[in-house]
Design a protein around this ligand. Structure first.
Ligand SMILES: *Cc1c(COP(=O)(O)O)cnc(C)c1O
Length: 367
């Protein structure tokens, strides 16, 4: 008799559905034998990393033999001032993804439930299930916005965490202060509220919620941010959580000592000071959202109002595959039960034009 490794495995790992990243440009070009493709599939910053971060990175390479500062002292100090919080309220991670993982590790016991909206960030069910928790997805409401009253109703005695993704990925929709505040006020203290603000810097609605203010009102609140999107450092992997000092100390206890690498730390610090790059990104993004909304609308493609750096578009079935053949990689959403929709990341102006041209050709071919 031989032992099956499968039988040794934790059952919740066996049932995990792996995360599907955007298709790499190299893979598409190899498969189709084409060149000059573009990828607008992963909500990356089309304007690149901050030039100031690049300068700092080159200098930091010489110290690659040294372990990073595990406490992220300089970055912590700078960011605390930027966000108006105490340094001990910050916890850094290998992307905001690691903060989700740390929250699950700290708070979930087998069978504990995590309430979140769906469709939303694909990592939520993976992190929850991977830590033995039970995902409780709550369908988005009208206009594909978080249905906060339904999420409140889904909270029960087994609920440990509730995640609000604002603005929401992959829809780009957001909830306003009034709805959010009402939800946060009514949430039982026995539940940790996680507000995933990976795209908050892009939000343009004047009544965007002040989630940070809730840390003072209910200590079981954590706000997540990342350097992957606005700051253009997705490849270096750095994000952070902001929480009450006590909660933050537990996340600190659970993390590995050198979870943020030296280069990420150095680049994040430089990127924070590069207001010009931030400005350029926000301006280019706003123009791109406006352009894509107008042009897709003219093609009769429904798009949702976006507070992020991407757009949800109802292009019709099989358009993801047709765009691939045209060398344009967007994010398909059939994994979310939305086979007629794709998510399009805002690119440089010429990339946005390329997306529109390809969609126009597809429309004309099927007319
Ligand atoms: C991109 C993203 C993150 C985190 O990304 P990291 O690269 O791990 O920092 C978190 N939440 C949402 C909704 C995202 O889209």
């Amino acid at each position: 008799m031989t032992v099956s490794i499968r039988d040794l495995l934790n059952p919740h790992i066996l049932s995990l559905e792996p995360y599907q990243p955007g298709k790499p440009v190299e893979e598409l070009e190899r498969e189709l034998g084409i060149t000059g493709s573009i990828k607008v599939a992963s909500n990356e910053n089309a304007w690149g990393p901050s030039p100031a971060a690049l300068v700092a990175l080159r200098r930091a390479l010489d110290d690659a033999n040294r372990y990073p500062d595990g406490a992220c002292f300089a970055l912590r100090d700078r960011l605390a001032r930027e966000r108006g919080v105490d340094p001990e309220q910050l916890v850094f991670g290998c992307g905001a993804d690691e903060l989700l993982e740390l929250l699950a590790k700290c708070f979930l016991a087998p069978g504990d439930e995590v309430v979140y909206a769906w469709p939303s960030f694909a990592m939520y069910p993976i992190v929850v299930q991977g830590n033995g928790g039970t995902p409780v997805p709550v369908p988005l409401g009208a206009d594909l916005v978080h249905d906060l009253p339904a999420m409140a109703n889904a909270v029960g005695p087994l609920t440990k965490l509730v995640i609000v993704c604002n603005p929401n990925n992959p829809t780009g929709t957001s909830v306003g202060a009034e709805a959010f505040d009402r939800f946060a006020r009514a949430l039982p203290e026995s539940v940790v509220l996680v507000v995933d603000e990976a795209y908050a810097e892009y939000a343009r609605r004047p009544d965007f919620p002040d989630a940070l203010a809730w840390i003072g009102r209910r200590p079981g609140t954590v706000v997540l941010r990342t350097f992957s999107k606005l700051y253009g450092l997705a490849g270096l992997r750095i994000g952070y959580g902001i929480a009450d000092p006590e909660l933050a100390s537990y996340l600190q206890r659970a993390r590995h000592p050198f979870n943020v690498n030296r280069l990420a730390e150095v680049a994040a610090l430089a990127a924070l000071d590069d207001g010009e790059h931030v400005e350029k990104t926000l301006r280019g993004n706003a123009e791109g959202i406006e352009y894509l909304t107008r042009e897709l609308g003219a093609l009769g493609i429904e798009v949702w109002p976006s507070d992020a750096n991407f757009l949800l578009a109802r292009t019709g079935a099989a358009v993801y595959e047709k765009l691939l053949r045209d060398g344009v990689i967007v994010r398909p959403l059939h994994g979310f039960g939305m086979p007629d929709h794709v998510r399009i990341t805002v690119g440089l102006p010429e990339e946005n034009e390329r997306v529109v041209k390809a969609l126009r050709r597809i429309r004309e071919a099927s007319a």
